[in-house]
Design a protein around this ligand. Structure first.
Ligand SMILES: Cc1cc2nc3c(=O)[nH]c(=O)nc-3n(C[C@H](O)[C@H](O)[C@H](O)COP(=O)(O)OP(=O)(O)OC[C@H]3O[C@@H](n4cnc5c(N)ncnc54)[C@H](O)[C@@H]3O)c2cc1C
Length: 434
C-alpha cells in the first residue's frame, strides 16, 4: 500500500485520499474488531493498481499485508488456498514447489490476489476465464464482524456475487483457487498488417492457448503475441525476491518510451512515425519460461486506462471504429490498444457474465489528460453493449450498469442485506450499487 504523509494513492497517481485511520490487523480476530469499531466508511485496498476510485475513503483504510502466504493445498482436487493479500509475484513461488500453477494471469504480477479477484481481472485465452472465475471458495468477513465460508455449496449466493464485488460485501481473508499442474509456455511475437490480422483473427485465437495483439493506432500493423504450452527447456526459476524486484526497475527502453510520451502531445506530426517505430521495437525474442514468469511483464511507465468487455463477435468492428475515430480526430496517444479474449463465466458482476468476450483497452500516459480519448472510446463501447472493467476508468451510471449486468439488481439486494449501513461503500460505489 502506498501511503505518504497519511495520503494513500493508486499506482497511476490519478486517485488519492486521506483516510482518518489506517489499521493493519495481524489476523482475522483483529480484522473483525477493526471493522466493527471503524467509524465511517471502510475500504480494503490491494496494491492500488485500479484506476477507478474503488479504494478512496476519508474513513478507515485496512492494510491487509499480514494476510500473505499459502494456507493449504488439495493436490487431488487441484485446489490451493492463499491468504487474500498475497501478491501475484509471490504466488508462483508458493505453488510451483507443490507442482501447481495458476491457470492464467494478466499483464502484470504487482497486484494482490484479493484485488484481482475483486475486480474480475483477466488475461487472454478464449477458453480461459478471469481470476474470479477460477475461485473455488473464500472466507469473508462481513460488516457485522462475522466470518463465513462461501462456496457453491455454502452461502452459494454470496459465492456467486462475492467473486467480483470490489470489497462491497466484506473482506476476503483467504481465497481457494482452482489451479493446474505447473507448465511452461513459449512466447512468440510477430507483426501482422492489420487487414491480414483481422482476416486471420479467429484462427489465431483458436490456435493459441493465449493470443493477444497491441495496435498503435497510427501504425498499419499490429504486434501479435502468442503463448503456448511446451516441454522445451526453461531457464532455472527465479526466486520470489527476484520476481518482486523485476517489475520495479525501469530499463533504458522504458526511459525512452516515457520521454517520448512526455513530448508527443506537443508534436502531433510525430504520431505516425512514433507509432511505427514503437511497433517495430516492441516484439521480443522467442523464449520459454515457467508460466508465472512469462505471463507478467514489467510496466514501469505510468498510465491511465479504460477497458471494456464486448461481445466476442463484435470485437474487430469496435476496434476498427475506435482507430478510425482516433485518426480522424487526431487524438494524441503514445500507447497501443490492447485486444484480448476471455471465456464466459457465471460471476454476477463479472464483465464476462454469460458472454464470451473480447476486451479492448485504451491507455493514456499518466501526465496526459484522458478526457478526449476515453470519452470518445466509451461512446463507441456503449453502442455495442460493452461492460466496463471495474478497476479501469469508466463513467457508467447506476441505471446503465443495471441494464448491462443481468445480476446487478440481485447483487444490490444482497449487498444491502449484508451491509445495511453501507460500511463498505464509498462515494464512487454508492453512486452505482446502493
Ligand atoms: C500496470 C497495470 C496493468 C494491469 N493489467 C491488467 C490485466 O492484464 N488484466 C486486467 O484485467 N486488469 C489489469 N489491471 C487492473 C488491475 O488488475 C485491477 O485493477 C486489480 O484490481 C488491481 O489489484 P490490486 O491488488 O491493486 O487491487 P486494488 O486496486 O487495490 O483494489 C481493487 C478492488 O479489490 C478490492 N479488494 C482488494 N483486496 C480485497 C480483499 N481482501 N477483500 C475484498 N476486497 C478486496 C478493493 O476493495 C478494491 O475494490 C492492470 C492495472 C495496472 C495498473
Amino acid at each position: 500500500m502506498k501511503i505518504v504523509g497519511g495520503t494513500w494513492s493508486n499506482w497511476s497517481g490519478g486517485v488519492s485520499c486521506k483516510p482518518r485511520e489506517i489499521v493493519a490487523p495481524k489476523d482475522e480476530v483483529e480484522l473483525a474488531v477493526a471493522v466493527r469499531k471503524a467509524e465511517g466508511r471502510v475500504r480494503v485496498p490491494g496494491s492500488g493498481h485500479s484506476f477507478t476510485p474503488l479504494n478512496a475513503t476519508d474513513g478507515t483504510l485496512v492494510d491487509l499485508s499480514a494476510f500473505n502466504g499459502l494456507k493449504g493445498c488439495d493436490p487431488e482436487r487441484q485446489l490451493a488456498t492463499v491468504a487474500a493479500a498475497t501478491p501475484l509475484w509471490g504466488m508462483g513461488s508458493l505453488l510451483h514447489p507443490l507442482g501447481f500453477a495458476l491457470k492464467n494471469m494478466g499483464d502484470i504480477d504487482r497486484q494482490t490476489l484479493g484485488g484481482v479477484v475483486g475486480t474480475g481481472t483477466h488475461g487472454t485465452g478464449r477458453t480461459l476465464g478471469s481470476f474470479s472465475a477460477d475461485v473455488a471458495s473464500f472466507r469473508l468477513l462481513l460488516a457485522n464482524g462475522e466470518i463465513i465460508h462461501c462456496s457453491p455449496e455454502e452461502n452459494a449466493e454470496i459465492y456467486a456475487a462475492g467473486r467480483t464485488s470490489m470489497g462491497m460485501l466484506g473482506v476476503m481473508t483467504e481465497i481457494e483457487m482452482n489451479v493446474r499442474p505447473a507448465y511452461k509456455l513459449v512466447e512468440k511475437h510477430f507483426i501482422h498488417p492489420i487487414d491480414e490480422l483481422f482476416r486471420q483473427l479467429n484462427g489465431l485465437v483458436e490456435a493459441n492457448r493465449h493470443f493477444e495483439f497491441f495496435w498503435f493506432p497510427y501504425a498499419d500493423a499490429a504486434v501479435c503475441k502468442s503463448l503456448n504450452e511446451t516441454d522445451a527447456n526453461a531457464p532455472m526459476r527465479h526466486s520470489a525476491k527476484t520476481l518482486q524486484a523485476r517489475g520495479e526497475h525501469r530499463t533504458a527502453d522504458e526511459y525512452a518510451f516515457a520521454a517520448i510520451n512526455e513530448v508527443l502531445p506537443y508534436m502531433p506530426f510525430m504520431l505516425g512515425p512514433v507509432h511505427r517505430l514503437f511497433s517495430s521495437l516492441m516484439p521480443g525474442k522467442e523464449r520459454v519460461r515457467w508460466s508465472h514468469e512469462i505471463f507478467p511483464s514489467p510496466r514501469t511507465v505510468r498510465f491511465n486506462e479504460m477497458e471494456y468487455a464486448v461481445p466476442y463477435e463484435n470485437g474487430p468492428d469496435i476496434l476498427r471504429e475506435i482507430v478510425e475515430m482516433i485518426r480522424k480526430r487526431r487524438i494524441n496517444t503514445g500507447f497501443p490498444i490492447e485486444y484480448r479474449t476471455v471465456a464466459a463465466d457465471d460471476v454476477w458482476l463479472s464483465p464476462f457474465y454469460g458472454r464470451e468476450s473480447a476486451t479492448i483497452a485504451v491507455h493514456q500516459y499518466h501526465r496526459v489528460d484522458t478526457t478526449e480519448l476515453f470519452e470518445a472510446c466509451e461512446a463507441i463501447f456503449k453502442r455495442y453493449g460493452g461492460r466496463p472493467h471495474w478497476g479501469k476508468r469508466h463513467t457508467r451510471s447506476a441505471a446503465e450498469v443495471a441494464e448491462l449486468y443481468p445480476k446487478c439488481e440481485p447483487f444490490r439486494v444482497l449487498r444491502r442485506k449484508l451491509d445495511p449501513e453501507g460500511k463498505f461503500l464509498n462515494d464512487h460505489l454508492r453512486g452505482i450499487f446502493q
